[in-house]
Ligand binder design. Structure first.
Ligand SMILES: [Zn+2]
Ligand SMILES: [Zn+2]
Length: 185
């Protein structure tokens, strides 16, 4: 996975389609999610984990690792990141779905703003962004072909103590769930 292109500080992370709607964000209640946010903020401070920005709204993002041989998705970390870094993470939603494009415009932002942020944080060219985006989309397509991914919440499992029934819940087909379709792309 590290042989293609260079490694960026800020990378696109597209969640494979079969795993949409399967995340701590969806498993936890809003209240639990907020207390996870407070916990992370206390541990790491109110700043973007990636670019260090303290401006604007900071949002929790789940950083996943993929074992492409055994098809395991592992939750490697949950960190606060700024709005622009977060949009890069889920650029599939913001730039490749109608809802995302509309919401982006509503926030007064454009795809160019996202690219500019990516290039500034990574100190790279637009061509490098384009190559990275293309590779990410290809990887996403490849991973989405595999239907049964196993999920490992790692050290965040303890946040699931009130959700014994979540296992059955996660087995629901995310494709049939319209609301969730584009949540984490
Ligand atoms: Zn940032
Ligand atoms: Zn996220």
């Amino acid at each position: 996975m590290h042989c293609e292109g260079r490694l960026f500080k800020l990378e696109i992370e597209l969640v494979p389609e079969p795993l949409w709607g399967r995340s701590l964000y969806h498993y936890l209640s809003r209240e639990e999610w907020r207390s996870l946010r407070d916990f992370v903020a206390r541990e790491e401070g109110e700043k973007c984990y990636i670019c260090g920005s303290t401006n604007g709204k900071l949002e929790l993002h789940e950083f996943w690792k993929y074992d492409d041989e055994n098809h395991v998705q592992e939750l490697a970390g949950v960190h606060l990141i700024c709005e622009l870094c977060h949009m890069i993470k889920h650029i599939g939603y913001w730039c490749y779905t109608e809802n995302g494009q509309m919401s982006l415009r509503r926030r007064g932002l454009s795809r160019e703003d996202l690219i500019k942020h990516f290039c500034r944080v990574n100190n790279c060219s637009v061509e490098e962004f384009e190559r990275h985006e293309k590779e990410s989309l290809e990887k996403w397509m490849e991973r989405s072909k595999h239907r049964d991914w196993r999920q490992d919440l790692g050290r965040y499992k303890s946040w699931m103590r009130n959700h014994i029934n979540t296992v059955t819940w996660t087995k629901r087909d995310p494709i049939g769930d319209r609301d969730m379709r584009f949540q984490k792309f």
